[in-house]
Write a protein of this length. Structure first.
Length: 516
């Protein structure tokens, strides 16, 4: 979504820059054909420019830290949603402003599109209800309303009241000029762009300017065929009637009559003035450099062929180094691991990738390289929750991708990263049975009818022992104390491991007290 928003914004910027050029240098010239080319080019160029380096499809993350375990775990978030109150695990979810903006944007797109559909349906209905006359290869639609004459594809729409007037030939000549020059093509282009840039006021200026240029071109064409300028201008004034304005049509439009008459009287711009259009070349070049070049880096292009990113990975809470941390170039199988001091070095070649940092017991992070040559990362510890509602994972298939991952580093040396979460002999079912068999329901609490689920947080250390037992969500002092005793009594844990090295892991487990 971010790429799409970036595309829309860059298109808008390009449209604004190129329209400013037109408004400053070409707007008052009488080289109407050139002005038309510049306006249409500006729209098409702006639509294509940002897409030269914005990808439509994102590369999937092909690397994950695959794990083998015999205990069913879930993330801590589902337990928080049940009502756990703790400062260590905030429950508030950030507002997705991008999603809100996208909804507003799409409402605007749909509104403009609905307007186009309405106009097309209306024109079709007018054609069906009106009389048609073939005239030199064109269809003349005689409307029974006093609408302003207009043209659409190969059809010319004229009020029936104008059929017998002296200005009829001028109207037909003017609208036929619109059709011969293909002005409806420009209108479709601008309306398609308007759908996606409806929020941008510049796009509406483009629409106005293109329609003005179309009228100037049609007037110029009619007068070039010998029509008396004075009579033609008088006919324009006579056509200043009320009526709706159509976005998809070229019209004998009264709103432009004053400008058109002034442009007819204006002295023609010199041919040398056409060379002003060459000023657009540095503008186009600047936009290309700004929107298609890769971000500047702190090393030269020759160095990029062998560019290396270095840094260290540490624990966010303790600041201690994390050995064996995994660093992968997202979307590839190229990666490395941190040494005993938490340091790493990875060759990224001539790309500007996103690096994925992960380690069992920690939340993964994705960091764009951009212009950095050194990236230090602090990983946040991840709390696992024993999920008794899930399935029991006994005898996992050790050959499945869930349990191991082969990856290659920058030197194409094969290495295997294997991570295991804490496990209990016999899996989830065995742990649940142990808790049920050894739970001692406090008599006082039972007499009072106190029951509920106590959430206990603890650490399974590198030796497999339970330490740091505390209550995350309690029910009563009696039940809380029994839950802590019961969890502390669990023996035989197999600790989490990373490439064979045992690690401490934070775990949350529910202990349920229920009166039968």
């Amino acid at each position: 979504m971010a790429s799409f928003i970036e595309y829309v914004l860059k298109t808008g910027i390009s449209l604004a820059v190129l329209y400013m050029f037109y408004w400053l240098f070409l707007r008052k010239d009488t080289h109407f054909k050139l002005n038309r080319v510049v306006l249409v080019f500006s729209i098409l160029f702006s639509a294509i420019l940002p897409s030269m380096h914005i990808g439509i499809f994102s590369t999937p993350h092909v690397f994950e830290s695959f794990r083998s375990f015999t205990l069913e775990f879930s993330r801590i978030e589902p337990l928080i949603s049940e009502g756990i109150e703790t400062n260590s695990f905030p429950t508030a979810e950030p507002v997705n402003y991008w999603k809100f903006l996208l909804i507003v944007y799409m409402i605007g797109v749909c509104t403009v599109f609905a307007r186009l559909i309405y106009q097309a349906i209306f024109l079709h209905a007018v054609s069906r209800m009106s009389e048609k006359i073939n005239y030199n290869g064109y269809s003349i639609i005689t409307m029974n309303t006093d609408m302003t004459p207009f043209s659409y594809f190969n059809r010319i729409y004229v009020p029936s009241s104008k059929m017998d007037e002296g200005s009829f030939d001028n109207i037909i000549a003017h609208e036929r000029s619109h059709l011969n020059q293909g002005h409806y093509i420009d209108l479709f282009i601008i309306e398609i762009m308007t759908m996606f840039q409806w929020f941008n006021p510049v796009i509406w200026l483009y629409e106005k300017s293109i329609k003005e240029v179309h009228e100037y071109l049609a007037d110029e064409d009619v007068l070039s065929k010998g029509e008396d300028q004075g009579k033609y201008q008088a006919h324009l004034v006579n056509q200043a009637l009320g009526g709706p304005v159509f976005i998809l049509t070229s019209q004998f439009n009264q709103s432009l009559i004053k400008k058109r008459i002034m442009m007819m009287k204006k002295m023609k711009t010199s041919h040398a003035a056409k060379f002003k259009v060459l000023l657009i070349l540095p503008i186009v070049t600047g936009l290309l450099l700004a929107f298609t070049m890769e971000p500047a880096r702190s090393f030269s292009d020759p160095d990029r062929q062998n560019s290396t990113i270095t840094g260290n990975v540490t624990d966010e809470s303790t600041g201690m180094p994390i050995p064996g941390g995994i660093i992968i170039i997202r979307g590839t199988t190229t990666g490395t691991i941190t040494d005993k001091e938490g340091n790493y070095s990875i060759d990224i070649g001539n790309t500007i990738p996103v690096l994925v940092f992960s380690h069992v017991g920690y939340k993964s992070q994705e960091i764009p390289v951009e212009s950095n040559t050194k990236i230090n990362v602090q990983l946040e510890r991840e709390v696992l929750a024993v999920d008794f509602s899930g399935g029991n994972k006994l005898n996992p298939n050790m050959n499945s991708p869930e349990n191991k991952q082969n990856s290659t580093n920058a030197n194409n040396d094969l290495y295997v990263v294997k991570e295991e979460l804490p496990s209990y002999p016999g899996g989830t079912d065995a742990l649940k049975k142990y808790l049920m068999d050894n739970l001692r329901y406090p008599s006082e609490a039972k007499k009072k009818g106190i029951q509920g689920k106590v959430m206990v947080n603890f650490v399974i250390n590198a030796a497999g022992a339970v330490t740091d037992v505390k209550i995350m969500r309690g029910v009563s002092s009696e039940l809380d104390a029994e839950a802590m005793r019961l969890v502390s009594s669990v023996k035989g844990w197999k600790p989490a491991s990373h490439n064979g090295e045992h690690l401490s892991t934070a775990v949350t487990m529910p202990v349920e007290f229920k009166i039968q």
